[in-house]
Design a protein around this ligand. Structure first.
Ligand code: CO8
Length: 381
């Protein structure tokens, strides 16, 4: 566990969320998947009969909601995803002199976060673009965002799957504490749909596209009425193959289809559930203790949004069986799993009602395995 004593006075002063226009309900997704299955089974009827090909099983909206809590997801485009002959989005390549898709998503959220924090480009000197996957290696998406906003300073991309945002928030705090940045813009354009295998029953329902952003700065430069001071930050990684993707540029030299069977997202969801829940609960208990609080004193747990049953289990461990649902808000019913954005969306949509002096924790857990968390306190400026 990485623990460090934080200098006080560094705050999250604004956040912004951007939702794509397209949405897909479980029912629509399952209907398209099941039509795809009918086509597949029809086309492979002879092999299925001969036992050389397995018939594809159908999906169900009831299963998805019960097993995950997901009811809906936002997507960058609906086109193609629901076509049983295609089963992937249609996202045409853009010319180099046009804004890239992820930079555009990031900018939409960034502008809202900057407005919420009363910041202009002149106030910001560092941009981090942290998400599960970036659409290219270089130039960094963060530098494209920096340029589009007219920020003088520096930017970089980073990835730690679902913990990209919490780990990036910690890097922002480090940079401000260490003096290498004054005010940091963090953007998390999670573009999952192009890498989801919509023909895979086990995972076709899991992810959604979204962008969230935040501003981190010193309390002295903050001009909002209230902000969230970072009290404690911790990160933990433990290697696991239970959530994995294998697509990447080396496929070109390995003569394999980078997006062929098994190359995109895959997981052993049951194992992840069993192994990550106790790790996350223990991590959060330690964090509460580090800020001198019992877990029940933490007013809000903005948990990673992968599975509602997982969050229920962790919340019960922290607050007891009869915890009030608003203490650990759920956003995955509307957004599905949005990678690293989920816990920050939960924070963005569920912090305004809290009072000065209240404490809350943003926490991510996922591939890696990785767990990242920040304990916050609402402060008057
Ligand atoms: N419809 C109907 N039935 C289904 C379906 C379906 N769609 N899928 C599975 N079933 C069936 C199974 O075949 C199984 O049947 P049987 O009992 O006959 O074998 C039965 O339902 C139960 O299946 P599971 O055991 O798989 O079901 P679970 O109850 O475990 O639920 C979940 C599956 C929802 C996946 C659950 O295990 C889960 O959510 N686990 C947590 C996983 C998690 O948190 N993962 C984090 C992943 S995200 C992450 O780390 C970031 C990665 C980076 C993002 C990149 C973007 C792409």
């Amino acid at each position: 566990m990485s623990e460090f004593t934080l200098p006080r006075g560094i705050v999250i002063s604004g956040t912004g969320l951007w939702e794509p226009d397209g949405q897909i309900s479980n029912e629509e997704l399952v209907d398209a998947y099941n039509r795809h299955v009918d086509l597949f089974n029809e086309r492979h009827a002879q092999e299925i009969e001969a036992g050389t090909v397995a018939a594809k099983p159908k999906s169900s909206a009831e299963f998805i909601e019960k097993a995950s809590g997901i009811k809906n997801r936002f997507v960058i485009t609906r086109e193609g995803i629901l076509d049983p002959e295609r089963m992937r989005p249609v996202l045409p390549e853009r010319p180099d002199d046009e804004l890239s898709v992820q930079a555009e998503m990031a900018l939409n959220a960034a502008r809202e976060a900057m407005a919420a924090a009363n910041k202009t480009a002149a106030d910001i000197d560092m941009v981090i673009c942290a998400c599960s996957s970036h659409q290219r290696s270089y130039p960094a998406i963060a530098i494209e965002v920096q340029s589009a906003l007219g920020i003088d300073g520096f930017g970089f991309d980073m990835q730690v799957a679902c913990s990209s945002a919490t780990f990036a928030l910690q890097r922002a705090v480090d940079a401000i504490a260490g003096g290498s940045a004054r005010t940091v813009l963090l953007v998390h354009p999670e573009l999952a749909s192009p890498q989801v295998d919509f023909t895979d029953r086990d995972s076709h329902f899991i992810f959604g596209d979204i962008a969230i952003a935040s501003i981190v700065e010193r309390r002295e430069t903050c001009t909002t009425d209230t902000a969230w001071e970072v009290l404690d930050a911790r990160a933990k990684t433990v290697f696991s193959n239970n959530i994995r993707s294998n697509f990447g540029f080396t496929s070109n030299a390995a003569d394999v289809d980078p997006f062929g069977p098994g190359k995109t997202f895959r997981q052993n969801g049951r194992k992840v559930f069993k192994e990550v829940c106790p790790m996350a609960a223990a991590h959060l208990e330690q964090q509460a203790a580090a800020v001198g609080a019992a877990p029940t004193d933490i007013r809000r747990w903005w948990l990673h949004q992968a599975n509602i049953n997982m969050n229920g289990l962790i919340a019960k461990k922290l607050m007891g069986n009869d915890f009030a649902p608003e203490r650990a808000p759920v956003v995955l019913d509307r957004y599905a799993n949005t990678g690293c954005a989920g816990s920050v969306i939960a924070f963005h949509q569920n912090n305004r009602d809290l009072a000065v002096g209240d404490k809350g924790v943003i926490c991510s857990f996922g591939a890696g395995y990785s767990i990242g968390s920040l304990a916050l306190e609402k402060v008057a400026i």
